[in-house]
Design a protein around this ligand. Structure first.
Ligand code: 5GP
Length: 144
């Protein structure tokens, strides 16, 4: 299997970026969007994407656009840290289905880690309700 795949413009994050399907939004700029993961591995698990680049994975994006995206990742991670006060934060990013990628629009996971609380499995279980995700997103937003 190759990582040099054709970008599918109908992938779920492309639809979220277009507003075709909803998300619990944390922050948006002209270039980036941060939103809650609907199958969270921990309280505050969120995702950051570049809105204007059709990149399937990390190998599809140029250095300048990646800088913009990583700046957003760092900013949102700081908001997660200040708003939720986890004991640690994991930043994750998967390239290709064999590596665990399930949505093929480049994205970074921000996963707060709390001592004594195990992380849920990646992209599994039932979807979290907006009513559960929104108060956590509000805490992150307030800390940005
Ligand atoms: P990947 O497996 O590609 O690294 O990560 C994709 C992430 O997207 C998973 O953590 C999964 O829980 C999340 N996800 C899948 N479908 C949706 C969705 O419709 N909305 C949101 N907000 N997250 C999703």
């Amino acid at each position: 299997m190759s990582l040099k795949t054709v970008y599918d413009a109908d992938n779920i994050f492309a639809k979220i970026i277009k507003g075709v399907i909803p998300c619990v939004k944390i922050a948006e700029t002209g270039d980036t969007l941060a939103f809650m993961d609907v199958f969270p591995q921990s309280e505050g698990h969120c995702l950051v994407v570049h809105k204007n680049i059709q990149a399937t994975n990390l190998l599809d994006i140029n250095a300048d656009d990646l800088t913009v995206l990583m700046n957003a990742v760092q900013r949102i991670a700081a908001g997660v840290n200040d708003g939720l006060e986890p004991d640690g934060i994991r930043i994750a990013q998967f390239n290709g289905a064999p590596a665990g990628q399930t949505v093929f629009h480049l994205h970074f996971h921000i996963i707060p880690v709390y001592e004594g609380r195990a992380l849920a499995s990646h992209a599994s279980g039932g979807p979290a309700d907006t009513a559960i995700l929104e108060p956590t997103a509000a805490k992150i937003r307030a800390a940005l």
